[in-house]
Design a binder for this molecule. Structure first.
Ligand code: AP5
Length: 231
């Protein structure tokens, strides 16, 4: 089993990189933000509750988040591991993940942190568009779609996320960065952290992440995969 944790501030590029890594490493991409947005879209009880926090830029309470994540990891496609994007977001979640994986005789293999300065995070989030159908990510300056307002991959309309309004961006960064630093410290103490300069172009960040993943993995088979596709 292989569990890779992708860490970074809002706008660092986790949602851009995770699907690429998932494809290259043959692992499912599990993103708590995507699970919450799907729940909001469905209008489920979890979605209605989560939306109250997301629209203010706050973390959703662990009582909701943890069960949702563990239910997702119990799906058959995650039997051999996953790329976790957006989880854990605080120390309690990091401990719960460690315990849940230990119950499966597994553990986090490597935590990859994408580092981007705060001013650049604000620029990226302000210019982000996602597609309505599948959440494919674009940026009006660094990654515009070929046809304005339409997704290159599925032709669905591009929309702005509710939490990408300027006041919510400020709240997300103000409330979430200190928790992120604690989680980064948690994995550093355990020798699992690899930090990547996220200011570079997407393809260069991907290559750096794959190289770091290959160097930091605890499982031989996955290390070989990561090195073999390291770009
Ligand atoms: P979530 O969806 O996880 O949002 P986030 O962490 O705030 O991260 P983002 O999706 O905003 O950014 P990203 O790092 O994925 O960047 P992206 O690739 O899109 O969570 C949303 C909310 O759900 C949270 O605020 C919270 O309320 C709740 N939640 C989720 N998980 C939770 C948990 N575990 N516990 C509690 N609550 C939870 O890129 C951003 C932009 O930059 C894009 O436009 C992209 O095109 C561009 N870009 C990407 N890479 C580059 C590059 N290298 N160069 C130039 N531009 C780039």
């Amino acid at each position: 089993m292989t569990f890779l944790v992708l860490l970074g501030a809002p706008g660092a590029g986790k949602g851009t990189q995770a699907p690429i890594l998932a494809d290259r490493l043959g692992l499912p991409h599990v993103a708590t933000g995507d699970l919450f947005r799907a729940a909001v879209h469905e209008g489920s009880a979890i979605g209605i509750e989560a939306r109250r926090y997301m629209e203010r830029g706050h973390l959703v309470p662990d009582s909701i988040t943890v069960k949702m994540l563990l239910d997702r990891l119990a799906q058959p496609d995650a039997a051999s591991g996953a790329i976790l994007d957006g989880f854990p977001r605080n120390l309690a979640q990091a401990d719960i993940l460690a315990t849940a994986l230990a119950d499966r005789d597994s553990a986090v293999d490597v935590a990859l942190e994408i580092e981007v300065p705060e001013a650049e995070l604000v620029r990226r989030l302000s210019g982000r568009w996602i597609c309505r159908a599948n959440g494919h990510v674009y940026n009006e300056t660094s990654h515009p779609p070929r046809v304005a307002g339409r997704c290159d991959l599925d032709d669905s309309p591009l929309i702005q996320r509710e939490d990408d309004r300027s006041e919510t961006i400020a709240a997300r960064l103000a409330t979430q960065l200190s928790a992120l630093r604690e989680v980064v410290g948690y994995y550093r103490e355990r020798g699992l952290l690899r930090s990547i300069d996220g200011r570079r172009p997407v393809v260069e960040v991907t290559a750096a992440l794959l190289a770091a993943a290959g160097g930091g993995a605890g499982t031989g088979a996955w290390s070989a995969d990561a090195r073999g596709t390291g770009g």
